[in-house]
Every structure is written in structure tokens, then in C-alpha cells.
Write a protein that binds this ligand. Structure first.
Ligand code: PLP
Length: 386
């Protein structure tokens, strides 16, 4: 082995608009791999040399580790969080004529997945304080055509599911959890993704558990559905040259699986560190005219994003970026106003809570390796502006 590398250091991003270096970046990929870099690179080199790059034990090892981590029977690795949602819906037979209920303030991919299988998305405005879809609102949107409901554990906060699952099961409606932002989050002792028929995860580089490229997974306790998912991601093949389902090519990449397996061991520690950063922000910003996503006593929130809500959002965003603080807006245009969904004819003024959140939420940088000094620097800038 003759790899030569410098020690991993924080790579500071440039602002694409202002061109200045971000003093407080949102991501530190070097930190994520720091403890494992040599071992991971050696494993990747071995996989490249042996040609073990499609599925192989690298993928099944990660699937088993992640299943054990979640306390769930099966994990099926796929090539993105979007595909995880699409394949989950396909495995359940959701398609044209069916309705799928989800929340209006989610990321584009949740709603795109519903449309990609030919079903009709029915949006529900979120609760204004938790930013999540509450059970009564979701149930109010159920109809005789509803086939599935997708709660999204947005920003890392676990959605309360007991009531929703009871109501859905009574009507034969599947609950598919969008856990793309909530790896390791839990409520009442159950990790997100494990209570619904499927939990769908993304390992996009921005997520709490991040690949070095695109990757995703679906978890389930149903062995038959897991088997079906394994075929759907692999061109419908139970074994080579036997295509019994119309599948697609959406296998988790073996090299990404090697990286994910190494990082998974640190996920809980990183989530705890995120939680401390969030707590420090809350203390440092107490008394400011802003609000945070509401917290509950019985939850473990994993703070994928740290959102603050202010009616001077756009000006604060500019102010922070000019000071080298990598603030971000997620998501500036609500789903119902995206041109991709214009055929659904949602009125501009539908979903007022989702629209207000799109106009007023700002993400402050949050990383597991963030120092108290960095949090205080950002908080000080927010205070100065307000
Ligand atoms: C990131 C994300 C997805 C999509 O995941 P990709 O891996 O980017 O395809 C889906 N839903 C939510 C809520 C997400 O944040």
C-alpha cells in the first residue's frame, strides 16, 4: 500500500455569490472520516483491485450493521433517498389512481417520488411550531383513494406516529417514513424509520450519516417486502438473468457502503454533539425575537438542520453570509409553488403555514465538530443584526 495523504483538515468553502471564504462552514467532511481514513482507503483500494464493486459483501455488511443499529429486521441499500421512496411506493403497489398524503413543507424529493410512481400527492400543512405533519391533519386528508401516507421527520425531529399508524392501519393505508433527515432520531424508544412499513433514508453528503456521493436505504421488518425491494433495485432479478419484476438499477454502491459502514460507528456520538450545539444556540439566542422548532420531552431530536424563524429572514441571511457564516435557506420555495408540480393546480395561497415557513426559516450552521467559540460567533452576529 503506497497511499500518501496529508492529515485531514477542515476545507473551508467559498460563498458562491460573495466569493469570500466561509469562516463558519456548514460541513466538515474531513472531520467525518478523520479517525478511519487509512482503513477506509485501504478497503476501497482492495474493492477496486478485486472488482468487488457491485453489491458484494461490502453492501450486505453495511445493510446488516444499519439494521442492527435501527433494531429492524432488514435494510436494503439503494442509490439515493429519492429512489428509496420511489422503490418503497412501488413495492407497495402504489400507482396511478392512488393518493399519497404527505406534508406541504417537505423537501422536493418526497413529493416527486409520489408523482414518479404515477400517484397523486395530497399535501397537508404542517403544525406551525413543530414544522411536522400532525396525525389529525393527515387523517383529515385521507380519502377512499389514499394508499399511503409519508410523514417526514423534518430537520431531525421525530414525528409522533402512534396515533397516525393506528388510524392508517384501520383504513388499510401504509405508513412510509421519510427518514432522510433523521438517522438515529427516536421517540418513545423507537428509532425513526422503524414503525412504518418502510423507513426511507438518504445518505446524501449533507445528511447526518453521509456518503461521499449519492446513496440511500430502505428498512423494514417485512421479509417478503425486503425481498421484493432487493429485486426492484436489481433490475427485477432474484438471481442473474432471471427478471421476474420490472425493476430498475438502483443498487447501493459498494464504495459508498464501505464509507457509510465506517461512519455509522460514530453516528450516535455525532448526533449527541449536534444536540449540544443546538442547546448552546438556544441559550445564546434566548430573548431574541426568533423562534426555534418546538422540542418534546420524549424525543431524541438529531438536529439535521438548526432552523430559526424570523420575519427578517432574507436580510439576516445576507448579513450572516457577508460575515463568513454559512447560513442557508431550506427551502425557499414551498413544494406547491414549484413548476414541476404545476399540473396539480395547487393555488398559490394554499398551505399558509408551509408558505410562511418558506419565507421565515433560516438554517444556522450546525456540525458535530463545531466548537463553543464558533457557536458563540454565529450567535453574536445574529444578536447584532436583531
Ligand atoms: C435528502 C432528502 C431526500 C432525498 O434524498 P436524496 O438522497 O437526495 O435523493 C428525501 N426526503 C428528504 C426529506 C430529504 O431531506
Amino acid at each position: 500500500m503506497s497511499l500518501s495523504l496529508s492529515a485531514p483538515v477542515l476545507q473551508k468553502a467559498r460563498d458562491p455569490v460573495e466569493g469570500n471564504i466561509m469562516k463558519i462552514p456548514r460541513q466538515n467532511f474531513a472531520h467525518q472520516i478523520e479517525k478511519d481514513e487509512w482503513r477506509v482507503l485501504e478497503e476501497i483500494a482492495a474493492a477496486i483491485r478485486s472488482g468487488q464493486a457491485i453489491l458484494s459483501e461490502h453492501v450486505s455488511d453495511f445493510e446488516e450493521d444499519f439494521a442492527r443499529y435501527l433494531s429492524v429486521a432488514h435494510v436494503v441499500g439503494v442509490n439515493s433517498g429519492t429512489d428509496a421512496l420511489v422503490l418503497a411506493l412501488r413495492a407497495l403497489g402504489v400507482g396511478p389512481g392512488d393518493e399519497v398524503v404527505t406534508q406541504a413543507n417537505t423537501f422536493h424529493a418526497t413529493v416527486a417520488a409520489i408523482c414518479l410512481v404515477g400517484a397523486t400527492p395530497i399535501l397537508v400543512d404542517p403544525h406551525p411550531e413543530t414544522f411536522l405533519m400532525m396525525a389529525d391533519a393527515a387523517v383529515g386528508a385521507f380519502s377512499s383513494r389514499t394508499k399511503a401516507v409519508i410523514p417526514v421527520h423534518l430537520f431531525g425531529k421525530p414525528t409522533p406516529l402512534i396515533e397516525l399508524i393506528e388510524a392508517a392501519e384501520a383504513r388499510g393505508i401504509y405508513v412510509v417514513e421519510d427518514s432522510a433527515q433523521s438517522h438515529g432520531a427516536s421517540r418513545d424508544g423507537a428509532k425513526t424509520g422503524t414503525l412504518g412499513i418502510f423507513g426511507c433514508f438518504s445518505f446524501h453528503p449533507s445528511k447526518n450519516l453521509a456518503a461521499s456521493g449519492d446513496a440511500g436505504a430502505i428498512c423494514t421488518n417485512d421479509g417478503d417486502l425486503a425481498q421484493k425491494l432487493r429485486m426492484l433495485r436489481h433490475l427485477g432479478q432474484p438471481q442473474t438473468h432471471s427478471h421476474i419484476l420490472l425493476g430498475c438499477n438502483s443498487r447501493l454502491d459498494a464504495i459508498q457502503a464501505i464509507i457509510l459502514r465506517a461512519k455509522l460507528r460514530h453516528l450516535d456520538a455525532w448526533n449527541r454533539a449536534r444536540s449540544s450545539v443546538a442547546a448552546r444556540y438556544r441559550t445564546a439566542l434566548s430573548g431574541c425575537p426568533i423562534t426555534f422548532q418546538a422540542l418534546d420531552a420524549d424525543e431524541t431530536h438529531v438536529f439535521h438542520l438548526l432552523q430559526i424563524r424570523t420575519d427578517r429572514r432574507d436580510q439576516l441571511y445576507q448579513y450572516l453570509r457577508q460575515r463568513g457564516i454559512d447560513a442557508k435557506i431550506c427551502y425557499p420555495t414551498p413544494v406547491h409553488r414549484q413548476p414541476a408540480f404545476s399540473h396539480l393546480d395547487w393555488p398559490q395561497d394554499a398551505f399558509p403555514v408551509s408558505s410562511a415557513l418558506a419565507a421565515e426559516l433560516l438554517c444556522l450552521p450546525i456540525r458535530p465538530d463545531m466548537t463553543p467559540g464558533e457557536v458563540d460567533f454565529v450567535s453574536q452576529a445574529v444578536r447584532e443584526f436583531l
